[in-house]
Design a binder for this molecule. Structure first.
Ligand SMILES: Cc1cc2nc3c(=O)[nH]c(=O)nc-3n(C[C@H](O)[C@H](O)[C@H](O)COP(=O)(O)OP(=O)(O)OC[C@H]3O[C@@H](n4cnc5c(N)ncnc54)[C@H](O)[C@@H]3O)c2cc1C
Ligand code: FES
Length: 334
């Protein structure tokens, strides 16, 4: 069974009644529907329902402001068609998935503790792990409402191996369910890949990666992919963490070939908790500004992490150093 969705003044497409959201159905149909987080946090997928019946999945999703709600706006990632509908939204080619997302079950093959609250999860699907470095998957943690986004930390492969670096969030329902209720051998629903902050073909510019906390995962995948290109310029990797015990980027990058093309700078925001630390301290974006030879518009920037870090890096690059928006690529971890 399918519902036909018509975009006012644009294309019409079919969404299976099995789909859990309008956004996922549209992207699977090859429609360039705007999105960023896929989980109700960013508001990039706002649309107007012109006619038809649409279920709202998460009424309190922070991606809509009170003003948006009063104006009748909806989020495509938190809406599910109940019949044929007409919607108003501006789609763009840049959002058309380069790799069509695929849904199914993945088996947990192994879990490796990296820091006191971060572990590497290795999942296996029966189909190839097709994605662009920097993209994320949606996992459906057992007993939890809604999907959670987790970025792949490995490289695409034909063996169906999907690796993630996941932080256990204090009080968080989804992350705790993955740590406590998903055992080795268990299956979890996966829908992947999503996201636009992936590695671009810009070999001429030096590449800077900035990771905050669990923002490490997509930065690892991008760094691994960039270093595997024989003609790629050097990669500078800034890894922001609270204490030395929270750092694991350098060991995870250890398997990357030619180490001379990679410089790794750990930065601690709570150095007092790490006696004997002699490395960089403060917020990671401050160290980026201090350590990088200027001007900053000669680099291609990729960063991922909590929203305050993303905002700080974006403001520093765009407003204070005039880095063009096309040279910055990021994922906010809502
Ligand atoms: C693009 C992206 C990539 C990410 N990559 C990583 C990563 O590689 N590693 C990592 O550790 N974390 C990552 N995150 C963060 C991760 O998705 C979770 O937000 C985090 O694990 C906390 O989830 P929680 O369920 O424990 O916390 P909770 O506070 O229970 O939930 C947090 C998030 O879940 C969603 N949510 C909550 N309630 C509902 C509901 N009722 N219905 C639908 N959705 C709901 C919302 O997006 C909310 O912000 C990423 C986030 C995004 C957006
Ligand atoms: S993509 Fe829907 S709120 Fe972010």
């Amino acid at each position: 069974m399918e519902h036909i969705i018509t975009i006012e003044g644009g294309a019409a497409f079919a969404v299976s009644t099995e789909e859990d959201s309008l956004l996922r159905g549209a992207l699977r149909a090859g429609i360039g529907m705007p999105h960023e987080c896929s989980v109700g946090g960013c508001g990039a997928c706002r649309f107007d329902l012109v006619s038809g019946d649409m279920e709202t999945l998460w009424a309190e999703a922070p991606g809509l402001s009170e003003r948006d709600r009063k104006r009748g706006k909806r989020l495509a990632c938190q809406s599910r068609p109940r019949g044929d509908c007409t919607i108003r939204i501006r789609c763009a080619d840049e959002y058309t998935p380069a790799v069509a997302p695929r849904r199914g079950l993945a088996r947990l093959e192994g879990r490796r503790q990296l820091t006191p609250d971060m572990s590497e999860f290795s999942l296996r699907t029966a189909w190839p792990a097709a994605f662009l470095p920097g993209q994320y998957a949606l996992l459906y943690p057992p007993g939890t409402e809604g999907a959670r986004a987790y970025s792949m930390s490995n490289l695409p492969n034909a063996d169906g191996l999907w690796q993630f670096v996941i932080r256990r969030v204090s009080g968080g329902r989804g992350s705790n369910a993955l740590f406590d209720r998903l055992g080795v051998g268990d299956e979890v629903a996966i829908d992947s890949p999503y996201g636009n902050a992936c590695l671009r073909d810009t070999p001429a510019r030096e590449i800077v990666r900035i990771a905050g906390g669990s923002g490490l995962a997509p930065m690892l995948s991008i760094a691994r992919a960039a270093l595997a290109r024989p003609d790629a310029p050097p990669v500078r990797f800034f890894d922001g963490a609270r204490t030395a015990a929270d750092l694991c980027g350098e060991s995870l990058l250890g398997d990357c070939p030619p180490p001379h093309r990679l410089s790794y700078t750990p930065v601690l925001s709570m150095p007092d908790a790490s006696p004997g630390w002699r490395g960089a301290v403060g917020f990671v974006h401050e160290e980026v500004k201090r350590a990088l030879p200027q001007p900053l518009d000669r680099y291609e920037f990729y960063f991922a992490g909590p929203p305050p870090m993303i905002d700080a890096v974006q403001t520093m690059l765009m407003h204070k150093h005039g880095v063009p928006f096309q040279q910055i690529h990021f994922d906010r971890f809502f």
